[in-house]
Structures are given as structure tokens and as C-alpha cells.
Unconditional design. Sequence first.
Length: 56
Amino acid sequence: MLEAAEREGDPGVLAWLRGHRDEVAALDVQEFSALLRRRATLTREWQFFSKNIRCW
């Protein structure tokens, strides 16, 4: 799993994987892919929120 992430080169994912090696060992490719999709969704939602919030 770590090897695939290293090929992708996402520093955030790599940091998480390296910090959670034991948990990652139990993940299969589908679970890992779902985690990456969720992370991307949260990132997009946060970017949308931060661009559209109005500070008073």
C-alpha cells in the first residue's frame, strides 16, 4: 500500500500512511481508495467553504 502511495506522491497521504503503518497493513486497495476519495471530497468542500464564507 505504501509503495502505491509513494508512486502517487501525495505528501499528506504519505505522512498519514507512515504514521499509521499498523492500521494501513489491514487495508485493501478498495478501502484505501475510499479513504483517498473521502479526503479529496473533504478538501474540495473546505475549499468551497473557505472561498464562500463572509467574515463580518
